[in-house]
Design a protein. Structure first.
Length: 88
């Protein structure tokens, strides 16, 4: 791969970073490019998930009518949940 018009100061900084890690210039650039590509893949996946989440939120998954009281106290609801879990 060839990079044209790279600022010499940038080239020097990259070479210094490679040397500081005990890597050849090529190996350092290979690792950095791989890291960048992986981050792009993660960013793309995040955008896909975020967009799917937004479209799911736009469609209500529960009825839009107001909630009706269950006629149970909080303690009764919690006890019922515990009972259900114990029976599994």
């Amino acid at each position: 791969m060839q990079v044209r018009d790279l600022d010499p100061a940038v080239n020097d900084r990259l070479k210094e970073a490679a040397a500081a890690k005990g890597l050849s210039y090529s190996e350092y650039l290979r690792r950095e490019l791989t890291r960048i590509a992986e981050k792009l893949r993660i960013d793309e996946r995040w955008n896909e998930v975020s967009s799917a989440s937004r479209s799911t939120r736009e469609r209500p998954s529960v009825p839009t009518e107001p909630w009706r009281p269950l006629g149970m106290s909080t303690d009764e609801i919690v006890a019922s949940l515990h009972e259900d879990r114990d029976n599994r």
